[in-house]
Write a protein that binds this ligand. Structure first.
Ligand code: F6R
Length: 604
């Protein structure tokens, strides 16, 4: 996590870096800082235990020397508490070297211990601070800064994207990447380096995505990159920046974008009862030979993957298995023949998913991506894939991305079905087309969800239940409530409830159950709810319109339109997302930036 930015150019550098950091805030926002050459001829280091707006206030009245290096950072704490001391940039003992870093230096303890023995004084608890001191140490025997920088990087184990400057050469920024993303925009008399291509959009057409192990020195005249195999990419127009329009929070806006997100996922992909996925066509021959799928992702994307497993098995007849990327990347399993891996990621930068992808590539699996962020590492490194086209998701908690991921996975499953020369029943196309309107009808009722959240606002524990397709939706509902409202919530397969969690049920422990009709297990879930009711547990049910029975069991019911069973979770999850949103906002939290979280988890 963490976002880094560095700029050299003719424009006012501090505002450029601050603006870039604001765009990177989704990567972490517990503290921030910048280092720059100020008008008095020295380097100024300004940090704040705040978001970028707080840093901006502290910088009021300062300006950087035109054409000199400015580096900045927005932090998600890994090593050391979120405070000013640990905020980046970090420096060496002499104040010659300044550095911002995204990633984790795994061997920093031994490096730090060694440097302390040599007389270096550390002031922070971070892993990052080891780097400038290591460069400083190298400069004792090596006069050339670049060589000292390279030698320091040679000792680091872990992941980094970093930008540094040397006080003695104010017109250069030294950059390097290993594991964490870094992209440079270059044009005449201007360079901007950042963690995310979105920062460069609208400013730079030509960009360089640094590859792992690559480094560079950027400046106004002749930036150099080494080793040399760097490709210039065109930054395409998909990097839209999101604006808040008539909604108090991005989270609510993004939930309300769900109908549009489904339309964008479908656009141009349903042709005359055929599914057309340009991104997969190039590997269609390989896909025809595939007998199994592994789906690999983290968090909400993993829950979308659980849905994907059902879609691939039911719609395409392909046995599938879902893995948490953080587990799969270290799993010792035999390589499976005729198997493809599907990596799901909104950001396309999640460290564990990326590491799992690299492992899968080493093992020569065909690797497919379901990614929202265009041009992100996972999108670029997979063999083929399908973009979500959901537009930027700004709120830290994923909402519209889950829905679009599910939609894309359905399309992929139908595409794979076609490859097996199995036709797609007509009613499926009608159902897909009708989905946006069904979601709109749920959204119209959002104030009913608000009143349910208000009614249960004192509760600190919730059980979320679902079966079959709705089990992943229940997991997702529980995760949303935990991260947005800081309320304990557990998602469970409803049939498992009696194997343990039922012990928790009491009048203070409500259950939110997805009890929809087409699920194939409707009667079973009603029995589960009866079991809860008889133990005094309050029940809020998400049920199918027209269901007369459910209100006899559940104290509160929210009705959603009927749909084909595999589409039900896309409807059922919307009231659950709204419930978390209203719960969090009624408790007075900033739901777009929940504590301790970051949008893009680029560390292990
Ligand atoms: C939860 C959430 C996270 C992400 C997870 C994976 O609301 O947003 O659980 O889903 O960090 O992120 P991506 O999809 O970017 O790989």
């Amino acid at each position: 996590m963490c976002g880094i930015a560095g700029y050299i150019g003719y424009r006012k550098s501090l505002p450029v870096v601050l603006e870039s950091l604001k765009r990177l805030e989704y990567r972490g926002y517990d503290s921030a800082g910048v280092a720059f050459f100020d008008q008095n001829g020295g380097v100024r280091l300004v940090k704040a235990k705040s978001r970028i707006t707080g840093l901006e206030k502290k910088l009021n009245g300062f300006s950087a020397v035109e054409g000199s290096a400015v580096i900045g950072h927005t932090r998600w704490a890994t090593h050391g508490a979120p405070n000013e001391k640990n905020a980046h940039p970090h420096s060496d003992c002499s104040g010659r070297i300044f550095i911002v870093h995204n990633g984790i230096i795994e061997n920093y303890r031994s490096i730090k211990a060694d440097l302390i023995k040599r007389g270096h004084q550390f002031i922070s608890d971070t892993d990052t601070e080891a780097i400038p001191h290591l460069i400083e140490e190298n400069l004792k025997s090596e006069k050339n800064f670049k060589k000292a920088f390279d030698a320091a990087l040679g000792r680091l184990v872990g992941a980094y994207a970093l930008a540094a400057f040397d006080v003695l050469s104010p017109k250069n920024i030294y950059i390097a990447r290993l594991g964490s993303p870094l992209v440079v925009g270059l044009k005449k008399e201007e360079c901007l380096v950042a963690s995310d291509p979105g920062v460069l959009s609208g400013k730079f057409k030509k960009v360089i995505f640094l590859k792992d192990g690559q480094r560079g020195i950027i400046n106004l005249n002749n930036s150099v990159f080494y080793p040399k195999s760097l490709e210039i990419s065109r930054l395409d127009s998909d990097f839209k920046s999101a604006k808040l329009a008539n909604f108090p929070y991005f989270m609510l806006q993004e939930i309300f974008e769900s109908p549009e997100v489904i339309k964008s996922a479908l656009q141009g992909r349903l042709l005359k009862n055929n599914v057309k996925l340009g991104g997969l066509e190039q590997v269609a021959d390989k896909l025809k030979k595939i007998k199994r799928l592994k789906i690999i992702a983290c968090g909400t994307s993993y829950y979308a993957g659980l849905l994907g497993e059902c879609f691939f098995e039911e719609l395409a007849g392909l046995p599938s298995e879902v893995f948490l990327a953080s587990e799969w990347r270290y799993k010792k399993e035999p390589r499976e023949p005729q198997t493809a891996c599907v990596f799901i990621s909104q950001s396309g930068e999640t460290a564990d998913t990326l590491a799992a992808l690299r492992k899968a590539k080493k093992e020569k699996y065909l690797c497919l991506g379901v990614v929202n962020a265009v041009g992100s590492s996972i999108a670029r490194e997979t063999d083929a894939g399908v973009y979500n086209h959901a537009g930027p998701e700004i709120a830290v908690a994923s909402t519209k991305a889950f829905i679009s991921q599910a939609m894309v996975l359905i399309l992929m499953a139908l595409f794979l079905r076609q490859l097996k020369s199995k036709s797609i029943p007509n009613n499926i196309f009608e159902e897909l087309d009708g989905l946006p309107d069904k979601i709109k009808s749920i959204l119209k009722n959002h104030l009913r969800i608000k009143s349910l959240a208000r009614k249960h606002l004192k509760r600190r524990n919730f059980l979320f239940l679902g079966r079959g397709y709705n089990y992943p939706a229940a997991l997702e509902g529980a995760l949303k409530l935990k991260e947005i409202a800081y309320v304990h919530a557990e998602g469970y397969a409803a049939g498992e409830m009696k194997h343990g969690p039922i012990a928790l049920i009491s009048k203070n422990f409500p259950t939110i159950a997805i009890a929809v009709r087409n699920n194939g297990t409707y009667e079973k879930i009603l029995s589960n709810l009866e079991e809860i009711k008889s133990r005094g547990g309050p029940i809020i049910a998400v049920a199918t319109q027209g269901d007369k029975l459910i209100s006899k069991i559940a104290g509160d019911v929210f009705y959603i339109p009927a749909a084909n069973s595999f589409l039900e979770p896309l409807l059922a999850v919307v009231p659950l997302q709204l419930f978390a949103y209203y719960f969090g906002t009624l408790l007075g939290y900033d739901v777009d930036k929940p504590r301790n979280l970051a949008k893009s988890v680029t560390v292990e």
